[in-house]
Ligand binder design. Structure first.
Ligand SMILES: NC(=O)c1ccc[n+]([C@@H]2O[C@H](COP(=O)([O-])OP(=O)(O)OC[C@H]3O[C@@H](n4cnc5c(N)ncnc54)[C@H](O)[C@@H]3O)[C@@H](O)[C@H]2O)c1
Ligand SMILES: O=C(O)C[C@H](O)C(=O)O
Length: 312
């Protein structure tokens, strides 16, 4: 039977996720949004691209969750994007309400689905979805590390004038200003980046990566990035749908790994048909672990706010 993916939120990220999933013929797609007509119109528009592009899957849109029943994967993109001057954390309480209600509906109709969260602030929204769904941690996964790593790889490739395909890198931690690109494990065609660039250039690329989301917000003014984010979310969905077992940085609920418990933090995970099939614990140097601690503490602070203000 054909796979089914629901994308909640038919805005910039959601619609591009739907388009990419259809384009790769990964699954039938149901787009859901609260705005009447938008998911229906965008769904039909994507469907009508099929004859030209040469894909053949069903794409529909709805304002309710009945049509989403028995989805294999649900990608949650519903919620406000930030505007210039805002941090992702400023979206916490507004997007909490949205993610909570969307998750309740999703779970009702697709109790066996794997959830991929995109809505910001990402790590806190993963926690909300996991608390509400009560799904085991392998089935509630956050998209951030694939995007952050993609940006880091892009900037390195631009700096060195080499193919982005040659850059292997890993970004750990929460999807915020404290994310942790691991320079020590960054290679260019197998060569450590530390042998190719002076420290101050590396530091600048790391900082640009940390500011990567804000850089796009500054250009766009009305919202945030969506082409690279949708590509990243769909890479994760593809690995799950095709049981590819790719090792990708994902926000995962840690249960003691890296010394954290009950927190979503970006770490390398194996993604297969059961969702997160393994969390990899990379040996970190002291300074790297200190940075990761700082990043995890920032995520924890948001969870505390949710516990206090929203009674989660
Ligand atoms: N994790 C990441 O790396 C990452 C990357 C990009 C964007 N984001 C986040 O993804 C979210 C969406 O970004 P966007 O650019 O697509 O925004 P957008 O404004 O284009 O789209 C959001 C959509 O959500 C819909 N929506 C609102 N409440 C809803 C609900 N209860 N049910 C269903 N749909 C609802 C809106 O109507 C809108 O169509 C933002 O929170 C943004 O910060 C995260
Ligand atoms: O920066 C944002 O607000 C959106 C997203 O998290 C991103 O990194 O592009």
């Amino acid at each position: 039977m054909r796979k089914k993916v629901t994308v909640v939120g038919a805005g910039n990220v959601g619609a591009n996720c739907a388009l990419r999933i259809a384009g790769k013929e990964l699954a039938d797609v149901v787009l859901v949004d609260v705005v009447e007509g938008v998911p229906q119109g965008k769904g039909l528009d994507i469907l009508e691209s099929g004859p030209v592009e040469g894909y053949d899957v069903m794409v529909t849109g709805a304002n309710s969750y009945e049509p989403t029943a028995d989805s294999d994967i649900v990608i949650i993109t519903a919620g406000f994007p930030r505007k210039p001057g805002m941090s992702r954390d400023d979206l916490l309480l507004a997007n909490y309400e949205i993610v909570k209600s969307a998750t309740e509906q999703v779970v009702k109709y697709s109790p066996n689905a794997i959830l991929i969260l995109v809505t910001n602030p990402l790590d806190a929204m993963c926690w909300v979805a996991q608390q509400v769904s009560k799904f085991s941690r392998n089935r509630v996964i956050g998209m951030a590390g694939v995007l952050d790593t993609a940006r880091y790889r892009t900037f390195i490739a631009m700096e060195l004038g080499v193919s982005v395909e040659n850059i292997t890198a890993l970004v750990l931690g929460g999807h915020g200003d404290t994310m942790v690109p691991i320079v020590r494990l960054t290679t260019v065609g197998g060569i450590p980046i530390t042998e190719l660039l002076p420290q101050e250039r590396i530091d600048a690329l790391v900082q640009r990566t940390r500011d990567g989301g804000a850089e796009i917000v500054k250009y766009l003014k009305t919202g945030s990035a969506y082409y690279a984010p949708s590509a990243a979310a769909v890479e994760m969905a593809e690995s799950i749908l095709k049981d590819k077992k790719k090792v990708l940085p994902c926000a995962a609920l840690l249960e003691g790994e890296y010394g954290y418990d009950g927190l979503y933090v970006g770490v390398p995970c194996k993604l297969g048909s059961n969702g997160i099939e393994k969390v990899y614990e990379v040996k970190l140097e002291e300074a790297e672990k200190a940075q990761l601690d700082k990043s995890a503490a920032a995520v924890k602070e948001l969870i505390e706010v949710l516990k206090q203000k929203a009674g989660m």
